[in-house]
Design a protein around this ligand. Structure first.
Ligand SMILES: Cc1cn([C@H]2C[C@H](O)[C@@H](COP(=O)(O)OP(=O)(O)O[C@H]3O[C@@H](C)C(=O)[C@@H](O)[C@H]3O)O2)c(=O)[nH]c1=O
Length: 180
């Protein structure tokens, strides 16, 4: 497995070794031992799955402490543009982001540390998005940021993605006090 450290502290991408043969492919989609060697250690308590049509954008989301979630995100079918924004108040890179394309060919996995807002846009129809969370879903702790806040400078590659009504009215960075 290849481990790629991204520019923002703590953000790691895992590229598993993929074994192909006449039947298809095999790879380890999660290994506590290997991930711990890269400093990623949580008690993963919930697995989520969503399916999205091309152009669907979900995010940017987080849960506030004490229900904050780290996430391990990947795509099992299709492709997605994944963006995470650093909301750690004491971080030198507060407000900055990392963009990673996740796809079902490379089976890459992005670690989203606690303190980041997370969003993704499906680049193909039937994009199957899978992720582990280090804390249970807690609706009262849900928070987010507007996907197209100019202050974030995110490049989603399209002007009018398919965004839920709830996500269209999430706050802007300037209106917002980070809980992290
Ligand atoms: C996230 C979540 C949602 N739900 C329910 C609530 C709601 O009725 C329905 C759809 O929820 P949402 O619209 O919030 O789904 P979605 O927009 O896909 O939310 C997800 O977006 C990505 C970007 C993330 O990072 C995730 O943590 C999560 O926030 O599913 C759960 O039951 N458990 C969960 O863990």
């Amino acid at each position: 497995m290849e481990i790629k450290q991204h520019a923002l502290a703590g953000v790691v991408e895992f590229l598993p070794r993929i074994f192909g043969d006449a039947r298809g492919i095999f790879f380890e989609s999660f290994s506590a031992r290997l991930y711990e060697q890269a400093g990623v250690h949580h008690d993963w308590v919930q697995d989520n799955q969503s399916s999205s049509a091309r152009g669907v954008l979900r995010g940017l989301h987080f849960q506030r402490p004490p229900y904050a979630q780290a996430k391990l995100v990947r795509v099992a079918q299709g492709r997605a543009l994944d963006i995470i924004v650093d909301l750690r108040r004491d971080s030198a890179t507060y407000g900055q982001h990392v963009t990673v394309e996740l796809d079902a060919e490379r089976c890459n996995v992005l670690y989203v540390p606690i303190g980041f807002a997370h969003g993704f846009m499906a680049l193909e129809d039937n994009t199957l998005f899978l992720y582990k969370c280090s804390e249970y879903y807690q609706p009262s702790a849900e928070g987010g940021l507007r996907w197209n806040d100019p202050a974030l400078g995110l490049n989603w590659g399209v002007d009018s993605p398919n965004v839920s009504d709830k996500d269209q009215v999430l706050p802007l960075l300037a209106e917002f006090e980070s809980p992290f």
